[in-house]
Each structure stands twice: as structure tokens, then as C-alpha cells.
Design a protein around this ligand. Structure first.
Ligand code: TLP
Length: 360
């Protein structure tokens, strides 16, 4: 199977497995796991922050960060397709007691002007703004990257209002590879950044939150409350260190493979894709013009050895990663082309097919 459902499907390398077997460990709730401590120290150094906290998942990292910056009854400003809003089981409400103030941006990239318009101070009627959240890269917009000047303006403006910025940087190393800058530059003005080791970087599990020492000391308590106080977890930090130190260098390869798929898709009948949005390793494209639903497309692809997911309406997502080679991407493009050509040749596109069935 050519698995393009997500970069979360990557399997640990033999080197990662060896590091897991040989990891030096201790009880991390006592702060005594030397491998976790090394991972947190390296993450803080690489991001140019005072401290870092190892968490089991990106969802937990985002939840903890939003909790750090907010009080019950506040709003979280985010983009309308943000992961924190749509894919985290409403943890911002369930754990933080906040509601989302989603703002739609076609390419997933918010501007300071849009945020400023939605900012609300404490008043007699409305929930005040608690924090500004940006997703970089933006998953459901197709892996788009915040330009540095846009990010700087958002952070400066938010700070002037006395608020903080949290970056969901699940794939911030992809953003850095795309911009050709170190992640520390992207993280510079954000108050906290969450990033994942278990996506394009290939570790089997784990994410980190980075920020000030004071914030990370509080974050440790929220992690415990959420059930994330793990013990001899150096066995996961060890492959995480390899992911952090070695894997960012190969992300450009995934981006090149994504461009290959984007160019191929743009020539397929019934498919619409904004090629300029394909800046990293994620492609989101619409298949309404083929007359197929996402369920049908997913099933046809699977029959021919390719896995991909529908992400709502008639939109599909494919994600490149270290476990799919260029040759596999070429093969997947061939399969997609075959299916779309067959579809447009054999079925009329009805209005209902055009609007598509919601698929998640
Ligand atoms: N994203 C997953 C799914 O949940 C959609 C994927 O396959 O892309 N922030 C962003 C931007 C993410 O894309 C994800 C996972 C997370 C946070 C959450 O990370 P985990 O899965 O570790 O909780």
C-alpha cells in the first residue's frame, strides 16, 4: 500500500528502534529520565526558548498551551479550519472553558487586520479574547506556511493588546524547510509553540511544547492533570531525539514529492487544486468535477493500492512523508489519473455530486 493518508503513519527507522532499546531511563514524573531531559533541553535550544515539555500528543500539547494563556469564559481566536477547533474534541471548551472565535482565511493564513477586527476586551456582553492561535503549517488549507512578516505583525499586535500567541506548529519544521529559515526564527515572537515528533519527523510518538521556564513549570502540572505524566518514557524520547536532530534535513524531499503530485493532479480531469498552496507536504484538492464522492474515490484508490482520506465535502487530502518514495508518488499519480479519467468519461456530474457528501 502507498499510504498517503497522513505523515502520522510513518514508522520508526531501524536507528530509532535501536535507540529505544538502548535508552537510558528514569522516572520522568520525578524529573529523573535523562533522555527526556536531554530531549527537552535540545528542543528549547533549537527553538530559542527557555524550556520545553515532552507530551504524548500534539492534542495534549495544544490543550496545555491554550490553558496556559486563557481563563474560563474567554475566546480563542483561530482560523476556521484550525486543528484546535475542528479535530481536538473541543478540548478548548472541555478543559480550558473557552469558546473559539474562528476566522475564515482561504489559504489558512490569518492576517493581523482580521484578528484585530475580532479582538474583544472584557465588557458586559461578550466573551473577551484570551489568546490568538495560529497553525503553521496549516493542515486543512493544504500545508500552507505563514510568511514571517505576517507572523511578526500578528505577534507584535497581539502583544500590544497584552495577549499571547500560541502556535500549533505540529509541522513547523516543514514551514522552516519551505522558508529556508531555522525554526527558532519562526518561533521567535510566539509565546508558546507545540510541535510534533510523530509526523514528518518520523518518531513513533511524542510532541513538545516550548516557551518560558515559568510557563513550562505550569504546563507540567496541566500535563499531569491530563494524565500525561509518564514514567520511563526515555524509550520514546530517544527516537524523538533522532527525529529532532536528523529528520528536518530530509523534509525538502517530501515537499518535492508533494509538488510532483500537485502538478500531476492539476492536469487531471475533474480535479481542482491550487498548486501555489502546495508549499510543503500536504495537498488538499477537490474532486467535485469527477462526479465521485470522497468515499468512492477512497475505495477506488484502495483497490489499486493507494490510501488517501476525504476531508469534508468533495475535498481529498494526500500527505507525503519519509515512507513514500518518489517512485511511489509517481505510481499514486498514475492511479489517480486513471480513476479520474475513467470517472469523467463514464458519469455525468450531477449538482448533488458537485456539492458532495460530507466525509471526514
Ligand atoms: N493531525 C492529524 C489528524 O488529527 C487530522 C493528521 O493526520 O494530520 N495540530 C495539527 C496541525 C495536526 O495536524 C495534528 C494531527 C495535531 C495538532 C494533533 O496531533 P496528535 O495527533 O499528536 O494529537
Amino acid at each position: 500500500m502507498i499510504d498517503l493518508r497522513s505523515d502520522t503513519v510513518t514508522r520508526p527507522t531501524p536507528e530509532m528502534r535501536a535507540a529505544m532499546a538502548n535508552a537510558e531511563v528514569g522516572d520522568d514524573v520525578y524529573g529523573e529520565d535523562p533522555t527526556v531531559n536531554r530531549l527537552e533541553q535540545r528542543a528549547a535550544e533549537i527553538f530559542g526558548k527557555e524550556a520545553a515539555l515532552f507530551v504524548p500528543t500534539g492534542t495534549m500539547g495544544n490543550t496545555i498551551a491554550l490553558k496556559l494563556h486563557t481563563e474560563h469564559g474567554q475566546e480563542v481566536i483561530c482560523e476556521s479550519r484550525a486543528h484546535v477547533f475542528n479535530y481536538e474534541l473541543s478540548m478548548m471548551a472541555w478543559f480550558c472553558g473557552c469558546v473559539a472565535r474562528p476566522i475564515a482565511a482561504e489559504d489558512g493564513i490569518l492576517s493581523w487586520q482580521q484578528i484585530r477586527r475580532e479582538y474583544k476586551p472584557l465588557g458586559p456582553h461578550s466573551a473577551p479574547t484570551g489568546v490568538v492561535e495560529v497553525e503553521n503549517t496549516h493542515n486543512m488549507a493544504g500545508g500552507t506556511v505563514y510568511p514571517l512578516d505576517v507572523l511578526d505583525e500578528i505577534c507584535d499586535g497581539t502583544h500590544e493588546l497584552g495577549l499571547s500567541v500560541h502556535m500549533d506548529g505540529a509541522r513547523v519544521f516543514n514551514a522552516a524547510a519551505s522558508l529556508g529559515v531555522p525554526v527558532s526564527r519562526i518561533a521567535e515572537k510566539a509565546d508558546t509553540v507545540m510541535f510534533c515528533l510523530s509526523k514528518g519527523l518520523g518518531a513513533p510518538a511524542g510532541s513538545l511544547v516550548v516557551g518560558t521556564r515559568k510557563a513550562m513549570d505550569r504546563a507540567r502540572l496541566y500535563r499531569k492533570r491530563l494524565g500525561g505524566g509518564m514514567r520511563q518514557v526515555g524509550v520514546l524520547a530517544a527516537p524523538g531525539l533522532i527525529a529532532l536532530e536528523q529528520m528536518p534535513a530530509r523534509l525538502a524531499e517530501d515537499h518535492a514529492n508533494a509538488r510532483l503530485l500537485a502538478n500531476a493532479l492539476s492536469a487531471m480531469p475533474g480535479v481542482s487544486i491550487d498548486v501555489k498552496c502546495v508549499q510543503t507536504n500536504i495537498l488538499v484538492f477537490d474532486i467535485a468535477g469527477t462526479g465521485m464522492t470522497c468515499q468512492e474515490m477512497t475505495a477506488e484508490l484502495k483497490k489499486r493500492g493507494v490510501l488517501a482520506n476525504g476531508v469534508g465535502g468533495t475535498r481529498m487530502r494526500v500527505v507525503t512523508h519519509m515512507d513514500v518514495t518518489r517512485a511511489m508518488c509517481e505510481e499514486a499519480a498514475g492511479v489517480l489519473s486513471e480513476i479520474t479519467e475513467q470517472a469523467v468519461a463514464t458519469r455525468p456530474v450531477t449538482p448533488s455530486a458537485r456539492s458532495g457528501a460530507a466525509v471526514r
